[in-house]
Design a protein around this ligand. Structure first.
Ligand SMILES: C[C@@H]1O/C(=N\OC(=O)Nc2ccccc2)[C@@H](O)[C@H](O)[C@@H]1O
Length: 472
């Protein structure tokens, strides 16, 4: 690829280093970002306000759970087909065993509702190419399994009826398709890959036609050179899908620009409705979000998205996940927790417990998460601020209570704290004036056992301080 200096494609997933800067020389692009700044229609405003989401990885890999021949694959369980100890032929014949007898879409939807998620992303086809819906473009689909039935339709219906918006995960990379290519080195490669692009467009059209309730498509498997060299196609595909499904939301993993850059084009502008690079990582601060919409997808174990019998490394506790949720919302993002159901269609106990714990916390504190986002006050050690996009209310989501039991708040200039109270029981808290418009919010009891939320009422001018400030 010949590219102007600085426009070179970035290797691998994650965020391109192309930062928009005034100094940066803008290069002319046919297939770069077509919109500068956030998408602001009603569908995208709804997406921005979700706060909490769920990801579900289900497929043939769920049968193996990361094990084969009494050996455990220590990579991500949904990648087990790439393990040299597992013959491709063995994996590709797993469809003959795929039979999620205990799968109940209503149970999945109820679990998500109880957890407080407002959107869910479900794998329709992962890298292995196995389709959980009755695709007419490949026989490698669920109708050829002992289970026979479509899983996607009932899931879309159940989540939609539960008031949870559905997004469909689709891997462009498809190890089952003979026309898939990692790179385009010969004319024959390009001829095959053109057939593959038609196959891809057909399957996506099929998904949007069969499941019109879908709010968006979550693309994956687009990091190889074959796709990086198909920027024009990815651009036209994006436009085509949005034409046949107005309002469709597509993140930054789909497109490549004229020079193979992904997520951000050669001029540093986001290509997609939100940034999709935050996989198992969270922006360090607001600057790192570059003012774009974004969400973070997160595994409960260290890594691995499909069901694994043995979770390697650290398993995130509910409070760790709730802190990640608070941090994401405080930085204008959404937080999406991944679940990997077993091959029989049920969830492991640890995942059910985690969903329950997060749901219990959300039942009390969702006001600080839903329809909330960034507040430009100085970040303090005790936790995270969020501000409601509905009524401007300010929330402190507290994780770390200092020894002195006093939570420091340094409002922006001209903003004054009028009142502070606990969200869970409306109990007013003592506010002590410090220098300028800083205050200490005094907690009566310091032995908090779980994250809690304080609501702040602010006003312009005069500091209303609860109680006298006696210096003896
Ligand atoms: C949500 C995850 O998405 C993936 N990959 O996302 C990536 O970002 N992959 C990546 C990361 C670094 C370099 C190249 C690709 C998949 O491979 C994985 O199985 C899972 O579905």
């Amino acid at each position: 690829m010949v590219t102007p200096a600085g426009a070179q494609a970035q290797w691998g997933e994650g965020n391109s280093k192309n930062l928009p800067s005034a100094a940066q020389k803008q290069v002319p692009l046919q297939h770069g970002a077509h919109r500068i700044g956030k998408r602001t229609d009603a569908d995208m405003n709804r997406w921005r306000d979700y706060g909490l989401g769920e990801f579900i990885h289900m497929g043939l890999y769920s049968i193996l759970g990361g094990d084969y021949n009494s050996m455990h694959y220590d990579g991500a369980a949904e990648w087990i087909r790439s393990w040299n100890k597992l013959p491709h032929e063995v994996y590709d014949n797993l469809y003959k065993k795929f039979d999620p007898k205990n799968f109940d879409p209503e149970v999945w939807a109820r679990m998500a509702k109880n957890m407080g998620v407002r959107y869910v992303t479900i794998t329709t086809k992962h890298h292995d190419g196995f389709c959980l819906w009755p695709s007419k473009y490949t026989d490698f689909n669920i109708t050829k399994t002992p289970y026979k039935k479509d899983m996607i339709g009932p899931l879309v219906k159940a989540f939609d009826q539960a008031g949870i918006d559905v997004y469909l995960y689709f891997s462009v990379m498809d190890w089952h398709q003979a026309d898939w290519r990692y790179d385009l080195k010969t004319v024959a490669d390009s001829v095959a890959f053109n057939r593959f692009k038609t196959f891809t467009k057909n399957q996506l059209t099929e998904l949007l036609t069969l499941y019109p309730q879908t709010k968006g498509l979550w693309f994956d498997g687009t990091w190889d050179n074959s796709w990086k060299k198909s920027g024009a196609f990815s651009d036209s595909l994006d436009q085509y899908l949005k034409k046949i499904h107005p309002g469709l939301i597509i993140g930054s993993r789909l497109r490549a620009d004229d020079y193979g850059n992904r997520h951000f084009d050669a001029n540093g502008h986001l290509m997609g409705d939100y940034e999709q690079g935050w996989e198992r990582k969270i922006p360090s601060d607001y600057t790192a979000t570059r003012g774009n919409d974004w969400d973070c997808i997160m595994t409960i174990p260290q890594n691995g998205w499909g069901y694994s019998k043995t979770w390697m490394g650290h398993w995130k506790t509910p409070y760790e996940l709730i802190e990640m949720l608070a941090k994401c919302v405080s930085l204008d993002g959404n937080f999406v927790v991944n679940f990997g159901p077993k091959g029989d269609g049920t969830f492991r106990k640890k995942e059910l417990q985690t969903a329950d714990s997060i749901g219990a916390w959300m039942k009390v504190n969702h006001e600080a998460i839903y329809n909330a986002g960034y507040l430009n006050w100085t970040k303090q050690d005790w936790g995270y601020y969020t501000r409601s996009r509905k009524d401007g209310k300010i929330y402190m989501i507290v994780f770390n209570v200092p020894i002195n039991g006093a939570l420091k708040v340094s409002p922006a200039k001209k903003e004054h704290i009028k009142k502070a109270y606990l969200l869970q029981d409306n109990k007013t808290l003592h506010v002590e004036a410090l220098d300028g418009n800083d205050v200490f919010i005094q907690l009566e009891q310091k032995n908090q056992q779980e994250p809690f939320v304080i609501v702040l009422e602010t006003g312009q001018g005069g500091q209303a301080v609860e109680g006298e400030n006696k210096h003896v």
